[in-house]
Design a protein around this ligand. Structure first.
Ligand SMILES: Nc1ncnc2c1ncn2[C@@H]1O[C@H](COP(=O)(O)OP(=O)(O)OP(=O)(O)O)[C@@H](O)[C@H]1O
Length: 398
């Protein structure tokens, strides 16, 4: 079992890294109990502190040093490895696996495109994903554009296995939609001699993700409902039904009730989907995640464009916190990409013209503070309960 202690010379990077380790299902412990010490940007840690930590280490503790540049550290022949930033979950995990010759069971999606976020709604969703993947019921993901609906669908598929097929009916003529979804039998259309499989069949045992269900004609929604209820569907022109074990995940960018009122979703499928309807909050509603997500995109683009990484300024993060993010994570991703390519100032000019003169609204500050207080409370509770666990283990009490 890997138990780590993390000490960082950069607060935000340390915070981000400990989040990645939580996603990798590793727990932080006290120095005395750790078998892995992680030093992040050690040049920024006071040397006396590093020395004191090293002198208090148990025997056989492995050390992982993470930094932008190779640090010159005297680790006194301790078993140590160096990992150069940017930090990517996939690299981090394989590094730790290699150090401990262990296998940390994460799906490929969790390693390559982790679901970042400490906001309660995201934590809840993340924990719910394996369960959602294991049941056949359809799932409705709703939330504004760019809130992570497709990413969640991909995480569900990663737990489930099989194919991930995405379908966007938005720009397709309605007469083609059913042919694409359900396929058709041979000779159904002139010049078509062979049958053609639709997306539902191609999804196999995996996931068929239909984006913006409200663009699907109501009569097609009814056919989809019949598949949900029976597990069978009819390709166009076919006399026999075809079985499919694909899991259906659909998305809406507007509240489902609003879509129902507008007559864009059939009432029966609406009720069927309500069983597992999950809301993805906008970035404005989970500002607490903005610094973590910004750091995540920074490391991602620095890796992609082979750029040196740097720390985002406090002033810049403050601007991000008080912006309203109409396009959610897509917008955050784009602005950070420009920070990596150009710099903070250029990125702000291009993406947040109004961001430069944002007036801090009292409501925003209040929201943010209450989120931070709650987060702190949760961390304290977790620390207290894990200390209680240690005490009862030491005393043998239950
Ligand atoms: N929690 C998250 N952690 C890390 N990256 C995220 C997270 N949520 C979303 N992203 C990234 O943000 C971008 C937008 O997410 P995604 O495409 O899943 O949103 P969406 O709700 O499906 O958007 P749309 O409605 O426009 O299709 C993607 O690049 C995705 O990888």
């Amino acid at each position: 079992m890997i138990k780590y202690k993390l000490i960082s010379g950069d607060k935000l990077v340390g915070h981000y890294l400990s989040h990645l380790l939580t996603l990798a299902k590793l727990d932080e412990t006290r120095l005395e109990n750790a078998n892995l010490l992680i030093l992040v940007e050690p040049k920024k840690i006071p040397p006396q502190m590093v020395e004191s930590v090293l002198s208090r280490l148990r025997k056989n503790v492995k050390i992982l040093v993470i930094s932008q540049k190779t640090p010159s550290l005297d680790l006194k022949e301790k078993e140590s490895r160096f990992l150069k930033r940017p930090l990517l979950v996939s690299r981090l995990i394989s590094f730790i696996e290699e150090m401990f010759s262990s296998h940390l069971p994460l799906t490929r999606e969790e390693r390559e495109n982790p679901l970042i976020g400490k906001h309660a709604s995201i934590v809840k969703l993340r924990n719910f994903i394996p369960k959602l993947a294991s049941i056949p019921s359809p799932v409705l993901l709703w939330g504004a554009k760019g809130t992570g609906k497709e990413l969640i669908a991909r995480h569900i598929q990663a737990y489930r296995g099989g194919n991930f097929i995405k379908f966007s009916p938005q720009n397709l003529p309605s007469e083609m939609i059913e042919a694409v979804l359900f396929g058709f039998a041979a000779k159904t259309l002139p010049n078509i001699k062979k049958e053609k499989k639709g997306l539902l069949a191609r999804a196999g045992e995996g996931v068929l993700y239909i984006e913006n269900l409200d663009y699907l004609p109501l009569k097609t929604q009814i056919k989809l409902l019949s598949f949900i209820e029976s597990g069978y569907f009819y390709p166009l022109g076919a006399k026999e039904a075809v079985k499919s074990s694909a899991k259906l995940i659909v998305s809406l960018s507007r509240p489902p009730e609003e879509v129902l009122k507008a007559g864009k979703i059939h009432v029966e499928i609406f009720f069927r989907l309500s069983e597992f309807a999950l809301y993805l909050p906008s970035l404005k509603e989970r500002k607490i995640d903005i610094p973590l997500l910004a750091q995540h995109f920074l490391e991602h683009y620095a890796h992609l464009y082979h750029r040196e990484i740097f720390s985002l300024s406090a002033d810049f993060i403050e601007k991000l916190l008080f912006y309203s993010w109409p396009n959610n994570l897509n917008e955050l991703q784009n602005i950070i990409k420009d920070v990596v390519i150009w710099n903070e100032e250029e990125a702000l000019k291009k993406y947040l013209p109004q961001g430069l003169e944002i007036k801090l609204k009292f409501k925003d500050i209040e929201d943010l503070l209450s989120q931070l207080i709650q987060e702190e409370k949760r961390i304290k509770e977790r620390t207290v309960s894990s200390r209680k666990g240690q005490v009862s283990r030491r005393t043998g009490s239950r």
